[in-house]
Design a protein around this ligand. Structure first.
Ligand code: FES
Length: 174
């Protein structure tokens, strides 16, 4: 089992701790607690698992079991850019696998992986509701459709280029 690392990126300043404090010991509260932790950190870090275990008296091993059972939970932080390649029916018949292969090759990661620089995470998802644009990918909230492998490579290079520019600008501003 992959264990989370110790870094986290806080997304929602209050939701997880406040939900933790509202725990009533009811059956079925574990999943909402884990969802809340993931909303808060972007994934479920080890320290959240420890906190949940201490509050609920559910052993950490059981909590890890629940996390790995449900595909919605992540034990690793996601990259700054979340790439979701649609693999719904319309996209699948329009070569979504080719887009997945291209992203994997371009970024040297596999599905559910994150690049070493923490910039990109690759996921596949079911229909994202713009089948007429198939094959489709989303990069964070931006949707890109009618894609070829070359267009995907271009998109990823553009994101990297923009990131380099930003890094340069902030280094120059110090
Ligand atoms: S199947 Fe990909 S957007 Fe609908």
């Amino acid at each position: 089992m992959t264990r989370p690392d110790s870094t986290d990126t806080s997304r929602d300043a209050a939701s997880f701790p406040s939900r933790l404090w509202r725990y009533h010991g009811q059956q079925g509260e574990l999943i909402p607690l884990l969802q809340s932790a993931q909303d808060h950190f972007g994934y479920v870090p080890r320290r959240a698992i420890k906190q949940i275990s201490a509050t609920t008296n559910v052993p950490e091993s059981t909590i890890y079991g629940v996390i790995t059972f449900y595909a919605q939970f992540r034990l690793q932080p996601i990259g700054k850019y979340l790439i979701r390649v649609c693999d719904g029916t319309a996209c699948h018949v329009s070569q979504s696998q080719m887009l997945i292969d291209t992203v994997e090759d371009e970024l040297d990661i596999e599905v559910e992986g994150t690049t070493e620089d923490g910039l990109f995470t690759l996921l596949t998802v079911a229909c994202i509701g713009c089948c007429s644009l198939a094959p489709v990918i989303m990069i964070n909230d931006d949707t890109h459709g009618n894609l070829s492998a070359a267009m995907v490579r271009k998109l990823l290079k553009k994101v990297r280029r923009n990131e380099r520019k930003k890094a340069k600008a902030s280094a120059g501003g110090r």
